[in-house]
Each structure stands twice: as C-alpha cells, then as structure tokens.
Design a protein. Structure first.
Length: 406
C-alpha cells in the first residue's frame, strides 16, 4: 500500500511539540506535589492513599504505552496523540471535581494512561525524523524546554495551593492538556512513513526482538535508574521539605524550580558533549555527577546534617547528571528499531514507570518523618546509574554499529 509523504514540520516546531509532549510529565506531577499535603488533609486521606494518586498515575502511564506504541506504529503518531490528549484533558477536569480520595485516584490513573500516548510518541517521533546522534541533540533541546516547564510547575503549584486551593492547581494541568491538544490538531504533521502490521504474532515477535537486544536493555536500564532517582525526589520531597525541614510552600516551589534549573543546565552540557564524546561518553561523564551527588547527600545525612541545603546542594549535581542522561538514554533505547520505534519507546517507558511505581510504593511504606527515605533512595539510584553507565552501556550501547554487529 502506497503512503503519501508526510508534510515536513520546521525544526523549531518539532522542538516545541517535543518539549510540550515530554513536559506533560513534570506538569502532571511537579505542579501537583505542593498540593499533595493539602489535598491529603482536605480529603481525609492517609499518606499512603495520597501517594497512590501518584503511583497509580505512573503505573497506568507505563502500562498504557504498551498499548499506544504498536497502535502508533500501525496508524501513525497523530491519531494516537489527539486521542490521548483528549482523554488526558477530560481526566484533568475530573481531578478538579474529585469529592474524595477514591475518585481522585481513579481520575489520576486515567490521566496517567492518557499521558503515556504523549511521552511515548515523543520518543518515537525523534526516531522517525532523525539519526541517533542528531536525534540526541534535538532531544536535548526539547528536554531543555521540559526543564523550563518543570521549573515553572512547582512554583505555580506552590503559589496556587495556599492562595486558591489544590483544585485550582490541578485545573491548570487540565488547561495545559486542552491547549496542547489544540496545537497538535492544528500544527502537527504525521511522521510515520512505513506502517507495522497490527497482528498479535507480529507484535509478540517485535517485542521479543526488542527485549533481547542488549543495547536496548542497557540504555533502558540507565533511563529507568536515572528516573528512579528523580522520582524518589518527586514523591518524597513535599513531605520532607514541608514537614521535616518546615519550609513554606512557596519556598518549596522555589527549591523544586532550582533543581529544574540544574537539570536544564545538564541538557545544555549534553548538547556540548555529544559532538565530542558521543552518547556513551556523555553518560559516562554524567554518571560521575550522579554518583557524586547521591554520595554527598548520603554522607551529610549520616553525619547528622539534616537541613534543606544539605540535601538540595548535592541534588543539583544529580540533576545536572540527569539532564545529560535523559536525552542520551531516550534516543539510545529506540535507536536500533527504526520500524518499531513506537514499540521500543513503549517498552522503555514501561520499564521506567515500573521502577517509579516501585519507588512510590516503597516510599509510601518507608516515609517516617526523617530525611533518610529520601536521601537513601537517591543515593541507591545514583549507584545503579553508575553501574549501567560505566559497565553495560559501554559494552552494549554503541548505536553506530549495525544490529548484526552488536
């Protein structure tokens, strides 16, 4: 069956669309975090129930990508994106109307499932349009835009929650979803040219090919480990900063925003490193920052230095490393699979989200009014990052080699 060539989008529009699609994840989580203690109190929920509004969202986010990935390979990115963003926006409206914690958990789970379409397609679009090295640089630019969104999100949530209530903070998320749907409807052009049959045997064969690929496992493992450290911060920071360090919500928003600025700095460094050392060299360097930040905050906590700066300053090192890891890992995991980019993106996203779900469940059990669950979690993931970046990615992650040579 002949396919008409997709209309080209300008490079600037591609970066904008990717930044917004990827930025949907921090706006859905980071803007919500300053409101988490307030909604916990108003809805009469326990800490574990409040954490479930985040972990259920992430679990559905990961699982839904396994559904959306093959659909986007068969029918294209555009219909999957438009459908996903419509459901995301409706679920966001449902969040603001939640009469109880059960309703909020349900609508957040639905929103997470729809969010999977946006993030999965963004990673696949990069593979549709660019070779790996160029794609990593474009991804770094887009993730710099994500960093701006991540910087503004906690500030917005931290200001809106005490002034107008947590429902207004969640309403901003719904408005973002509606605006992104409109942009995609008017400006996004299809990027898929060769369609993959949507047949169970073909799907199982494709997934088997992907998960057996050592390069995919190395890059996806590093992606999941880096996000595991970030999600430990996201899931526990509101309780630690607001209840242990006892800083105000606006100050907490500033702390979150400052961490996002460190992440943006990492994406700029990534763009400078890639032409010089390539994908593998960039993550090898970034792992020193990740492990250094995690180890420093862990040692300070063990020494009894339990103040906000003793966590946040080392965390900046971790976030710079995260800003380097993310463009490289998201491109590296999908690079070998030009005709299965949606499926590869979906599987890497699913692995990442399962890690985040496990972290959220563990924190819901371990949060105890001290800094140690947060600090030890980030320290642990920084060590896992170093193992993947220094060992597995160096052995199996050369995206310049043909698949048969790996």
């Amino acid at each position: 069956m002949s396919e008409s060539a997709p209309k080209p989008m300008s490079p600037g529009l591609v970066v904008l669309v990717l930044a917004l699609l990827l930025g949907i994840q921090p706006i859905t989580t980071d803007l919500y975090l300053p409101a988490l203690p307030a909604l916990t109190t108003e809805l009469g929920a326990s800490v574990s129930q409040a954490q479930l509004t985040l972990t259920a969202l992430l679990l559905c986010f990961g699982i839904s990508q396994l559904f959306f990935g093959p659909l986007s390979d068969r029918f294209g990115r555009r219909p999957v994106l438009l459908g996903g963003m419509a459901v995301y926006t409706l679920a966001g409206i449902g969040n603001t109307l939640a009469p109880g914690i059960g309703w909020l958990i349900l609508t957040r789970a639905l929103q997470g499932a729809a969010m999977g379409a946006a993030v999965m397609c963004a990673r696949a679009i990069i593979r549709d349009l660019y070779p790996p090295d160029q794609g990593a640089r474009v991804m770094a630019r887009a993730l710099g835009g994500l960093g701006v969104i991540a910087c503004l999100s906690p500030l917005t949530g931290g200001l809106l929650t005490p002034l107008m209530g947590w429902r207004w903070a969640l309403a901003v998320v719904a408005v973002f979803g509606g605006a992104l749907w409109l942009l995609l409807f008017r400006r996004f052009e299809e990027t898929v040219t060769a369609r993959t049959p949507l047949h169970p045997r073909v799907l199982v064969g494709n997934w088997a090919t992907i998960v057996r690929h050592p390069g995919f496992l190395a890059w996806s493992g590093l992606l999941a480990a880096s996000y595991g450290g970030l999600f430990t911060f996201l899931a526990a920071s509101s309780f630690v900063f607001l209840r242990v360090y006892e800083i105000s919500r606006p100050m907490y928003g500033l702390a979150m925003a400052s961490a996002s600025l460190a992440y943006i700095g990492g994406t700029f460094i990534c763009r400078r490193l890639l032409p010089r050392v390539g994908l593998q060299g960039a993550v090898r360097i970034a792992a020193f920052l990740s492990l250094g930040g995690g180890t420093l905050m862990g040692l300070l906590a063990l020494a009894g230095v339990h103040t906000w700066w003793a966590f946040l300053l080392p965390h900046y090192l971790f976030m710079v490393g995260h800003g380097i890891h993310q463009p490289c890992t998201q491109v590296g995991a999908v690079a070998p699979f030009a005709r299965m980019a949606g499926a590869a993106s979906a599987l890497s996203g699913c692995f990442l989200t399962l890690v985040a779900f496990g972290v959220g469940a563990w924190l819901g059990w371990r949060i105890d009014g001290t800094v140690f669950p947060l600090v030890n979690g980030v320290w642990f993931w920084s060590a896992v990052i170093a193992f993947f970046a220094w060992v597995l990615v160096q052995r199996h992650g050369d995206v310049s080699l043909p698949a048969a040579a790996r």
